[in-house]
Design a protein around this ligand. Sequence first.
Ligand code: LLP
Length: 423
Amino acid sequence: MNLTREQGVLTIHGHSLLDIKEQYGTPLFVYDESLIRNQCRRFHETLQASGLTYTISYASKAFTSIQLFKLMQEEQMGLDVVSEGELYTALTAQFDPQKIHFHGNNKTDHEIEYAIEAGVEYFVIDAIDEIERINTIAKRKNSTVKAVLRVNPGVEAHTHEFIQTGQEDSKFGLSIKHGLAIKGVKHIQEASHIDFYGIHFHIGSQIFESTGTIETIQIVIHWLKENNIDIKVLNIGGGFSIKYTSEDISYPIEDGIKAITQTLIDTCNEIDYKTPEISLEPGRSIVGEAGITLYEVGTVKSIPETNKYISIDGGMSDHIRTALYDAQYELELVDREDNQTENVTVAGKLCESGDIIARNTALPVSTKRGDTLCVKSTGAYHYSMSSNYNQMLKPAVVFVSEQGVREVIKRQSLEHLIANEVQ
Ligand code: LLP
């Protein structure tokens, strides 16, 4: 995100983060709306240039919000949803259901019914028994639904084990190698109320290079040709990386997507297979770098010759990725520029030793209670993975653009926190 200092204070689009904090409180998620739009446009432009017919669906799990979905619709994006709740939120945002794909490795009958009633564009089928369940429900509802089959290509993406999904031992998709995928395709083709529409794969997340995707496209297209299967669409999922720290690599959208689309075109041409439409499902790369979290510094505790703990007014309830994946972040003091730094541990306020935001991170020696900290690249899988652990309230979310600052999600209230409790 483009943060600049004006009179020492961090600003975004000319708005001081201190003023934003003053108005909305902390912890607070702040998004650069223009950056989100810009990412959507980069994907569009690169895919347009490929000459392929394409669609891009934003993977809503990265950050689900009505205002974001409205923005996605304005940017000609589709949506990937994985639950009744995500679909409900999208429909509430008046998102065109014909641009929504319904995912999930364990869809309930209720979710299948709901998605059919909503008129989603297609289901991404993830298991053999799901085919019969979708077919039966579609038949009962007198409708025919489109479906793509998620296959497991047996390719390992080079990323954290918890966010790898394309390896053989995975709960996602049907294995090509073990013959489950071909069985799935045949079942779908035979189903009376399902139109077989294509193939889907997603090999993992936070992947910074295209080799795994390229290899998978080749495997899938050859497999389709060998088995004489025609498809309309090949959905290659998401997983494009972002920069959490200056050492990380943001997936090179222009070059990477070009290499991917060219592989699809060349592979199809080489073996005389009809080139399908391509579909992408980026989540993190659309919103990740566009978001930051603001916290207020509270207790500062120095343990002689050991460590200095700087505690903030949020923690693993709004920032679980450090505890879960040992993810690394860059932090900055919002209030002032101060080059005299020391390495400290920034901790949350929740009752758990693992509630850490960043270990061994450089912050000004002068950091004290009342200061404001900014954690960068928290736009994806932060708000959406937030919880009420320790009855913490979910933070507010604001969007900032050249036009100004607007609140898109209000801070959760104490009343809302206990709204479902029987008193
Ligand atoms: N499509 C499918 C089928 C997916 O499973 C995912 C992510 C995406 C698209 C979007 O992937 P992205 O472009 O955002 O990498 N909580 C983890 C990430 C889990 C990703 C799950 N699936 C994290 O915080 O890193």
